[in-house]
Design a protein around this ligand. Structure first.
Ligand code: ADE
Length: 419
């Protein structure tokens, strides 16, 4: 079996952590139990490019229980948990190609190793696998893919651009479009794990700090609300007027970046776009400003510009790089500007990844059942699957809810009954 991980001796520690996560993934456990019996994915080759974490390990083991043949590489060079990777190779016999801190060349070599197994289904977090499949020389391999699944907002945006330009060669299911994904993982997962990453890196006191949130999508909303919960004064910068208005009515101050940079102590980018914090912004920041990115790619902070403006650069704590500008002002960049929740913390908690990865597991089964029937393009999973995941999650949490009475159902279906 081919693989490339840091150290197989880490497998024992990885196993303990994978089991710890499993305790908080009851919906995925139920799916795994059914997959073990029914083997709905028997012999299907699934190529995965995901953050290699304890939660992802639980997804891999669920797909394997369903009979899938798997390969896995990292979806970010700095998000791999080497112990999880080792346990997947040693105990689960999955070909994992991921080493924390791998350089760009190795990152793409690992993607190529996953594609070398000719996947029939792809699972991506950020669309790097699908994008590589459509790149130079890989067109043939794309022809063998039944369909793909995409985990994250940035990946879905890239795939919709590919579909729009008419270059996407197979259907893709946007897992991020499921309500049980983006309303929970993006909001509460990113919300908590981003703050967790900033705190582990800096030990900063949130109470009384001015925290600037760049981008008020589901992830930005989550971080803003968690930072406020810890006593921070939160400022939101947003280009989209409806979202800016929402941030305002959610009780946050809203202003342009040019103004926010003068006030902020901590900055978090989560826009999915590039060049959010640039030279003109660094120049106006306070001494000691802390900057983290929680968007998918490390393009939101212009680190090249910061490097050029600086007379000195040093690592002052694990995951904290201090840049000293020519006037002596210091700016702190966390986790090399990569996803801070995975670079400096452990990513989203298992409790929320349970729903995201239940969507992925049921999505793979859905593709197998509907092989050849899905139209080209980017689609959401059917709503009945989304609702079922919510129902199972509530049940696992011991929460019961009401159901409509027959009179209420009738009332909702009726349009003549005004009173
Ligand atoms: N994305 C964010 N958090 C994650 C986690 N814990 N596992 C996999 N992907 C993630």
């Amino acid at each position: 079996m081919d693989y490339d991980v840091k150290d197989l001796n880490l497998a024992k520690q990885g196993r303990l952590r994978i089991e710890w996560a499993e305790k908080n993934m009851p919906v995925l456990r139920l799916i795994r139990a059914r997959f073990t019996k029914e083997k709905p994915l028997r012999g299907v080759r699934v190529g995965c490019c995901l953050h290699v974490t304890t939660e992802t390990a639980n997804l891999m083991e669920t797909l394997k229980a369903g009979g899938a043949e798997l390969r896995l590489c990292a979806s970010n060079p700095l998000s791999t948990q080497d112990d999880s990777a080792a346990a997947l190779v040693t105990d689960t016999k999955i070909g994992v190609f991921a080493v924390r801190g791998e350089d760009n060349k190795t990152y793409y070599k690992h993607i190529a190793s996953v594609l070398a197994n000719n996947p029939q289904i792809t699972i991506d977090d950020g669309a790097d696998l699908v994008s590589a499949l459509h790149g130079n020389g890989n067109g043939g391999a794309a022809a063998g893919v039944w369909a793909g699944l995409e985990e994250t907002t940035t990946g879905v945006i890239r795939l919709r651009a590919m579909a729009q330009q008419g270059v996407l060669r197979f259907p893709v299911i946007a897992i991020n479009d499921s309500q049980t994904k983006h309303m929970f993982d993006n909001r509460y997962g990113t919300g908590q794990s981003t703050v967790d990453g900033i705190l582990r890196a800096t030990n900063h006191l949130m109470a009384g700090s001015k925290v600037v949130i760049c981008g008020y999508g589901w992830c930005g909303r989550g971080v803003a609300s968690r930072a406020r919960g810890m006593g921070a004064e939160v400022i939101v910068c947003e280009v989209e007027p409806i979202k800016a208005l929402e941030a305002l009515m959610d009780g946050f101050r809203v202003m342009p970046m040019a103004q926010a940079v003068r006030e902020g102590d901590v900055f978090v980018t989560l826009t999915g776009n590039l060049g959010i914090i640039r030279q003109e912004h660094f120049l106006k920041m306070k001494d000691g400003a802390v900057i983290a990115n929680s968007g998918h790619f490390n393009v939101e902070i212009d680190l090249d510009a910061l490097d050029q403006m600086s007379s000195k650069r040093r690592l002052v704590r694990r995951d904290v790089e201090e840049y000293t500008l020519k006037d002596g002002k210091r700016i702190h960049i966390l986790g090399e500007g990569r996803l801070i929740n995975l670079a400096a913390a452990e990513g989203h908690p298992a409790m929320v990844m349970d729903m995201s990865f239940a969507n992925q597991a049921l999505g793979v089964e859905y593709i197998v059942k509907n092989r050849g029937k899905l139209p080209l393009g980017v689609h959401a999973l059917p709503e009945r699957i989304d609702r079922e995941i919510a129902r199972l999650k509530l049940k696992s949490m011991g929460v019961k809810i009401d159901t409509l009475t027959s009179a209420q159902k009738k009332y909702l279906a009726e349009w003549t009954m005004g009173t």
